[in-house]
Design a protein around this ligand. Structure first.
Ligand code: ADP
Ligand code: MG
Length: 337
């Protein structure tokens, strides 16, 4: 390690711990900012001037606040070699399957969004459950020693399932369950509100995994028809931006799920049409398409897009224990899938 790898420039940077510590923020402004969902210095560092407007903060003052927050947590123009160093802070979370981890070059990355999409029953929520347990493992077992935040829109989260998975990994189920912070979102607006107000919970609980399962269900049922499409995509886009900013600010893994239906007649060459459409595709950095093998517990995962990994396919299975690799025997049998 070189000397330069420490805190950097040598100039003392002020560290602001709470909103009130930032220059120009008194108790009433802090209160308004909290109402807007900015509870931490980290979240202000990622804010835009326009987002602070509703708190009655002038453009000039907003710029000053954001820039103070940024300097406090060290965001600025950086050289590409420093960018590389930031990339080196990226941590990886195991899926529980070596094959699936291999597809992802070692597991799910922090600081980016991973989207699992597929038909009903393809295993999206099962993977989410497994990740909630795995994130609590120590790094040597593929975890991040952190907690999970689960935003559930379809009421499919089951504590019993977490207990099964935790037991299988030799973890104390009571502790594991305590480290999963759960919120059910009743509407798309509520879903957005939950994420917009999540920063404090994330910080206080050392959350290293943020899940939105399903990302698209409410949006799909509330914004019907062609004329609603633009509004829906705009809202989804905003929601995804919030998620990516949280993942970056707290070096956390972000996971969204997206249910798709096979519509072979609609788009030629594109038999599967993701509900979120292309905007979801743009903002989510890694996309994995899940499908069932002809029968049984075996699932096929295809890495469809990634900023730097090649496309590929791997198989795994869902059992009582959770997400697991398949045996050689099962592999031979499933080759006729
Ligand atoms: P979705 O993609 O719709 O979110 P899920 O992740 O809920 O799908 O996957 C549901 C499937 O997971 C079930 O059909 C079943 O095959 C499997 N599964 C769920 N719980 C268990 C369990 N306890 N033991 C074995 N398989 C399970
Ligand atoms: Mg599901």
């Amino acid at each position: 390690m070189s000397e330069e790898e420490g805190e950097g420039t040598g100039a003392e940077k002020p560290r602001y711990e709470t909103l009130e510590d930032l220059p120009g923020i008194g108790p009433s402004t802090a209160q308004k900012l909290r109402e807007l969902g900015f509870h931490t210095v980290e979240s202000l560092a990622m804010a835009t001037v326009r987002e602070l407007e509703p708190a009655g903060i002038s453009e000039k003052k907003a710029l000053a606040i954001i820039s103070a927050a940024r300097s406090s947590i060290g965001i600025a123009f950086i050289r590409a070699d420093e960018l590389l160093r930031m990339r080196q802070n990226v941590l990886r979370l195991t899926t529980g399957s070596k094959a699936l981890d291999k597809l992802l070059d070692g597991g799910l990355e922090t600081q980016t969004i991973t989207e699992f999409y597929g038909e009903y029953g393809s295993g999206k929520s099962q993977i989410c459950h497994q990740l909630c347990v795995n994130v609590q493992l120590p790094p040597e077992r593929g975890g991040l020693n952190g907690a999970a935040l689960y935003i559930d829109t379809e009421n499919t989260f089951r504590t019993e399932r977490i207990v099964q998975m935790a037991r299988h990994l030799g973890l104390d189920p009571q502790n594991v369950v305590k480290n999963i912070i759960y919120a059910e979102a009743y509407t798309s607006d509520h879903q957005m509100f939950l994420l917009e107000n999540a920063d404090e919970v994330i910080k206080e609980n050392n959350v290293k995994l943020i899940i939105v399962d399903s990302l698209t269900a409410h949006f799909r049922s509330e914004y019907l028809g062609r004329e609603m499409l633009a509004v829906r995509q705009q809202k989804l886009n905003k929601h995804m931006h919030k998620l990516i900013r949280l993942a970056r600010a707290f070096n956390a893994v972000a996971v969204v799920t997206n249910q798709v239906m096979a519509k072979p007649d609609m788009f030629f060459g594109d038999a599967i049409h993701p509900v979120g459409g292309h905007i979801v595709g743009h903002t989510s950095h890694t996309r994995i398409y899940l499908r069932k093998a002809s029968h049984g517990p075996i699932r096929i995962a295809r890495l469809v897009s990634s900023p730097y990994l090649p496309e590929g396919e791997e198989i795994f299975k869902i059992t009582e224990n959770g997400i697991e690799d398949i045996s050689e025997e099962e592999k031979a049998k499933s080759s006729g899938r």
